[in-house]
Design a protein. Structure first.
Length: 264
């Protein structure tokens, strides 16, 4: 076993993912109050004191809310790019200078035995990132909050053993739903979020059918239904010839509860 991965919570009300290797314990995003993140960690028997780092994808409140509090309370280094640091400062407030780690897209860095590769995504934040995480021979993709995915990203994420990938909305539900026009347009734009169909399209191009785990992430409460997202992607991959449930396994993430802990 190389990685353990648990989605502590995913959705527009807050995002926090837990990743563990032999030597490292990290979070990707902490978009809840510090108290809630501690609770979420306690639910899977992880002591927040042991967290080695928090990687931040972008400054939106559902990703950054608890980052500062956790860093101050447990002396945790925070990794984000320069623009995200500037944008999230009013949210996370002052943290110890030694815990400010400035990273750059496409420049790898290490957190103990995890090699991290940040890459640019397309979202209405100042400079949002996705992440690839490597340990031993295993690779994890973290890809949420992006309106589109280009060929460059697809080639990076291909070959991952676990995909934490956004299936934010169903286009029809969003179009017919109660959101104001400007918000619908924002979500549907190139700098918005991936729909169920877009997620399927990407997976169709990057999965190789070698026992990958696909975790559907950042599902909208208003504009999606977990079973609908699951069905569109599950059935779509089956139609494309994947041996779904065997070569490729699809899982839902939850807004208010953690997933199982995946060992890869
Ligand atoms: Zn988000
Ligand atoms: Zn966002």
């Amino acid at each position: 076993m190389s990685f353990s991965f648990c989605s502590l919570s995913s959705g527009s009300s807050g995002n926090c993912q837990y990743i563990e290797t032999k030597n490292a314990k990290i979070l990707v995003d902490a978009g809840f109050t510090g108290k809630r993140v501690i609770e979420l960690l306690n639910n899977i028997d992880v002591d927040p004191k042991e967290i080695d780092a928090i990687l931040v994808t972008h400054e939106h409140i559902d990703h950054a809310k608890g980052v500062g509090i956790l860093s101050r309370k447990y002396n945790i280094p925070i990794y984000a790019n320069e623009k995200t640091w500037i944008a999230m400062e009013p949210i996370i407030k002052t943290v110890k200078s030694e815990n400010i780690k400035i990273i750059n897209a496409n420049k790898n860095f290490e957190i103990k035995d995890i090699l991290v590769h940040p890459f640019n995504v397309s979202h209405d934040a100042l400079d949002p990132l996705g992440y690839l995480l490597f340990n031993e021979m295993k690779k994890i993709t973290i890809l949420t909050d992006t309106g589109c995915v280009n060929e460059g990203i697809k080639s990076k994420i291909r070959g991952s053993h676990l995909f934490f990938i956004e299936a934010n909305h169903d286009v029809e539900m969003l179009r017919n739903g109660s959101y104001p026009i400007y918000l619908k347009e924002r979500i549907l734009s190139q700098k918005g979020h991936l729909s169920n169909d877009a997620c399927l399209e990407i997976l169709n191009e990057v999965l190789v059918g070698e026992n990958e785990r696909v975790l559907l992430a950042h599902l909208s409460k208003e504009n999606n239904l977990p079973q609908l997202a699951y069905k569109i992607i599950h059935d779509g991959l089956k139609r494309s010839g994947y041996d779904v449930d065997k070569e490729v396994n699809i899982y839902l993430t939850n807004r208010d509860n953690h997933t199982e802990i995946f060992h890869i």
